[in-house]
Unconditional design. Structure first.
Ligand code: C5J
Length: 220
């Protein structure tokens, strides 16, 4: 076991049963002209975590621990996108509309891709998910069972939406979760702060939280 200094208590994990899940580091959320910006968000906040996420992925790759990437997106005919999701809000572009990076949130379009800085390498699992949670309507649960994974480390965007939803899904499925707090970000700093705090509250009701340097030091 490796033990990391974390909140609300040290997080102990068996490295051979631990995977990193990098949530939705896609052009649509992180780059200008994508879905995130169409909702009126400042994407520069999200871009600030790219070096830390890259270091975290690098640590897992160096150790030979699994790295799993997710992408939020939909089939070209939007058959897996609830009409309510298309209608919601008042974006300048809706899901399926053509934007500067192709059709918004549609699989295979340039904007749906993971950003160049964090591209998956051969052998890494990439989960295409229609929802906020990465377990919903995907193979993730089966993939983790096949790999014998019991512990999950989380990074990505956005903290209070897809990261938190997936952590809660994982928690209900019995995984021991750790969020790397400087490898996740929100368009709203106060939502990130609240989410990080509520994950670790009540004795780690959803999981533990720690900065990347603590995991790096523990894994050295
Ligand atoms: C959102 C996500 N925010 N990846 N998706 O719609 O958090």
């Amino acid at each position: 076991m490796i033990t990391v200094d974390a909140k609300p208590f040290p997080y102990a994990f068996p490295p051979e049963k631990t995977a990193l899940i990098v949530i939705d580091m896609q052009r649509d959320f992180v780059e200008p002209g994508g879905f995130g910006e169409s909702l009126g968000n400042d994407v520069s906040l999200l871009r600030a975590i790219i070096p830390t996420v890259a270091s975290l992925i690098g640590l897992f790759r160096t150790k030979g621990w699994p790295v799993i990437h997710t992408r939020e997106g939909h089939e070209a005919d939007l058959s897996d996108c609830p009409p309510s999701k298309i209608r919601r809000g008042a974006p300048s572009m809706r899901i399926g509309d053509v934007g500067p990076m192709g059709r918004i949130m549609v699989r295979g379009e340039p904007g749906n891709a993971i950003i160049p800085e964090l591209q998956p390498v051969d052998g890494e699992i990439v989960i295409d998910k229609p929802g906020k949670g990465a377990f919903y309507a995907t193979s993730l649960g089966d993939d983790l069972a096949r790999l014998g994974i019991t512990h999950l480390v989380f990074a990505g965007v956005t903290t209070e939406v897809c990261v938190q939803t997936t952590m809660r899904e994982a928690n209900d499925r019995g995984f021991d979760c750790l969020l790397i707090e400087d490898a996740t970000e929100s368009y709203f700093p106060h939502y990130k702060a609240a989410t990080v705090s509520m994950i670790a509250a009540q004795g780690g009701i959803v999981g533990c939280v720690t900065p990347f340097t603590s995991l790096e030091a523990a894994a050295a």
